[in-house]
Ligand binder design. Structure first.
Ligand SMILES: Cc1cc2nc3c(=O)[nH]c(=O)nc-3n(C[C@H](O)[C@H](O)[C@H](O)COP(=O)(O)OP(=O)(O)OC[C@H]3O[C@@H](n4cnc5c(N)ncnc54)[C@H](O)[C@@H]3O)c2cc1C
Length: 489
């Protein structure tokens, strides 16, 4: 594309972004806007010239393909960037990072785009890694190389038919990068650990635009930090190597109880006591919904790496309450992924989520407060993900993921129509505030929450000091940052 044509195309796109940027500081005159716009357009032109199209594809809003890459999970935080750079190679990424350093243009890094708080969104430049999505199984099948922009579903589809998997979350379009860097809990977590526990190495382009590898033996501090420190703080990951796990026998389950009052309270407590001592071959979550009329639905579901009969015997230990519905089904990995995902399609909603970690079963008063909150704030669901098993066998300071000894992580989430955003956010805040007296104060970095006053302590606890030191050493200018990235030490 010729320079004049490029500048004309990018002018319309830059106008709104620049206008937004400037309006906070000056009443922008048309001449000022035009010159800023021209400067920005010229910068993009220089970038386009610097990038070889086999290394990266620069997309402007006026390009037909731009809209194809605009999807984001949380529409509440979605932004339209001035340019989206679809990186194809580490070399293209290195060039882009060097350009971003020179020009100081703000940017975000995008994997699967599932950040609850839009940390992969930017009005200026998005480094989009989704074209780096190759999946190559090692000949031994004991490890797999996964591109930094791959989605979990790509991985399950490639490995599942071979009877192997990596232990990770159940939503297919979630990006491997954001997921594993925050820890990564899924339905294989109790036998195999978090996603980050199966990570063998990661290749990334650092803040100097240099390609490096981090593993137990190379840049080991960075490797420690990447496993739980959360995405977007250390560099742009281009490729991971994961250990794979063979799965021979698999049974999925779902058990539902419809209860009221003290019986519901006891059953909720029973599940927490059960998961604390359950064998490692079972992973389970408990979803809790409370109706206006105080009916409590408790739905325990998950996977057992065992036969149907063995799982059936285990599930009977959850509670003496008779289930209203129970389903056990032997299945293979691919079927299990479909079962828990409810489809492969990329979904977008307006939503808000928050989280808590519990180290002991919630007290009776805590469960009453939880039920009362869910009854009052209709639309909010609470889900307890049971930890323990292989997650807890790793020391809390062995990787940056600090919540190893937790009993469970509770996620609260709600989705709503855009016009209900303000009311829904206020409702979620009131609900969450009502539970503060019963919780540990720790939260999951993969369920980020911009309301947190001290997010760094909540996400990383005793690992925060080391994370800050590593951040200061590998990225001293804080080049890689977002609203809740790791602060410089
Ligand atoms: C529908 C849904 C289901 C989920 N299920 C689970 C679950 O079962 N278990 C669980 O643990 N979590 C779950 N999550 C949370 C999920 O793990 C996080 O949202 C995760 O961060 C998403 O990663 P992403 O790459 O899709 O997101 P993005 O929004 O693309 O990125 C998230 C963060 O990682 C950074 N990042 C992205 N790519 C790179 C890269 N290549 N290099 C460096 N940094 C990068 C971004 O800058 C951002 O800060 C779920 C989320 C959703 C929306």
């Amino acid at each position: 594309m010729k320079r004049r044509e490029f500048l004309q195309k990018s002018a319309a796109a830059t106008l709104s972004a620049l206008g937004l940027l400037l309006k906070h500081y000056v009443l922008a005159s048309p001449a000022l806007l035009r010159s800023a716009e021209a400067e920005s357009g010229a910068q993009l032109f220089a970038l386009q010239k610097a990038l070889n199209s086999s290394d990266a594809l620069l997309l402007l809003p006026s390009d037909g393909q731009y809209v194809n890459y605009q999807n984001a999970f949380n529409l509440r935080t979605a932004l339209s960037p001035q340019a989206r750079v679809m990186v194809r190679t580490p070399r293209g990424l290195a060039q882009l990072i060097q350009w971003l350093r020179r020009t100081k243009v703000p940017f975000a890094i995008r994997g699967g785009g599932h950040s609850y708080e839009g940390f992969s969104q930017s009005e200026r430049i998005v480094i989009d890694t989704r074209l780096m999505n190759s999946i190559e199984l090692a000949p031994s099948k004991q490890s797999v190389f996964i591109g930094g922009g791959a989605a979990l579903g790509d991985v399950y589809s490639a490995l599942g038919p071979k009877g192997i998997t990596i232990p990770a979350g159940s939503c297919p379009p979630v990006g491997v990068s954001g997921h594993v860097q925050g820890g990564g809990f899924g339905e294989f977590a109790r036998p195999f650990g978090l996603a980050c526990d199966s990570l063998l190495s990661v290749d990334l382009v650092n803040a100097d635009g240099v390609e490096i590898t981090a593993s137990e033996t190379e840049n080991s501090d960075l490797f420690w930090a990447i496993r739980g420190g959360g995405g977007g703080s250390f560099g742009v990951a281009t490729r991971y190597q994961f250990r794979t796990h063979a799965v021979s026998e698999l049974t999925s389950f779902g058990v539902t109880w419809l209860l009221r009052g003290e019986r519901a309270l006891d059953a909720c407590k029973d599940w927490q006591k059960w998961i604390a001592t359950a064998p490692d071959f079972v992973t389970s979550f408990l979803r809790i919904d409370v109706s206006h009329s105080q009916n409590v639905t408790l739905h325990a579901a998950g996977l057992g790496l065992c036969s149907e009969a063995k799982l059936q015997a285990e599930l009977q230990k959850i509670t003496r309450e008779k289930p209203n519905h129970q389903r056990l089904e032997p299945m293979n990995i691919v079927q299990a992924v479909h079962h828990f995902a409810g489809g492969n399609a990329y979904q977008s909603v307006h939503m808000k989520a928050k989280s808590d970690y519990l180290y002991e079963p919630l007290s009776d008063d805590g469960i009453r407060a939880l039920f009362a909150g869910l009854q009052k704030h209709q639309g909010i669901t609470a889900t307890m993900d049971g930890y323990g098993g292989a997650i807890a066998k790793v020391a809390p300071t062995a990787t940056a993921f600090a919540h190893r000894k937790a009993l469970c992580c509770i996620q609260y989430s709600t989705s709503f129509e855009p016009e209900k955003t303000e009311a829904s956010l206020a409702s979620m805040k009131e609900f969450y505030d009502g539970l503060r007296g019963y919780m540990s104060g720790e939260c999951y970095v993969n369920y980020p929450d911009l309301d947190l006053k001290n997010y760094a302590a909540a996400y990383w606890g005793e690992n925060l000091a080391r994370l800050k030191q590593i951040k200061a050493s590998v990225d001293p200018t804080n080049f890689f940052q977002h609203a809740q990235s790791i602060p410089i030490g």
